[in-house]
Design a protein around this ligand. Sequence first.
Ligand code: CTP
Ligand code: CA
Length: 227
Amino acid sequence: SAKQQPELSWQGITLSITAGPTREAIDPVRYISNQSSGKMGFALAAIAAQLGADVTLIAGPVPLATPAGVKRVDVISAEQMHQAALKAAQNSAIFIGCAAVADYRMAEIAVEKLKKTSDDALTLKLVKNPDIIASVAALSQQRPFTVGFAAETHNLIDYAKGKLTNKKLDMICANDVSDPAQGFNTEHNAVTMIWPNGELALPAQAKTELAKLILQQILQQYQMVEK
Ligand code: CTP
Ligand code: CA
């Protein structure tokens, strides 16, 4: 009989995933954040765990239930996510950066609630947050196979390819967020997966269905590279 293709299996594979927004405090009662719902990252974690992966989910502040069988690490800020992600990544075969990390945080968080002044304008001084996925991809020891997401409103494929190269990722999922019906804060999404020598467009569908296809593609590339 014909030789069977080996089944691609997540059984026993360690996987860490960042998901959701980060929240950067301005003062004790205010913050800077974004519209990320965390649904895509949680869907990836849920499906991967169902498929037998050993999943750590590093979650920003989102009101979502922890998927069955998933180890969850809750964080608020990008700096907290950075620490948790580096720790998890060093024990993972594969890392997926699905979080919408705030690019900037306050240079200094006010200890007391800021008071309104007589000025009509207010300037906040922000400083850049660490690039979490780039630091994971730059690990010299125990570097996981590293997969990013790129949310763009324009020049989707070009910007995503730039991020794949600049952050030294193994794959990136390019996500068009110009259409309010898909992407951030919705149940549906479409992505184009890009790796150094190929790409694959996955059409709009429920995030759980899309998660299965994304994971299949990641596993295939991972096993190709690890060989
Ligand atoms: N990312 C990260 N740490 C950051 C910023 C982004 O780990 N401080 C990750 C995201 O989780 C995602 C990828 O990098 O996997 C791309 O995020 P994106 O915001 O699209 O890219 P940026 O490099 O921040 O560029 P810009 O926001 O200007 O498009
Ligand atoms: Ca960004």
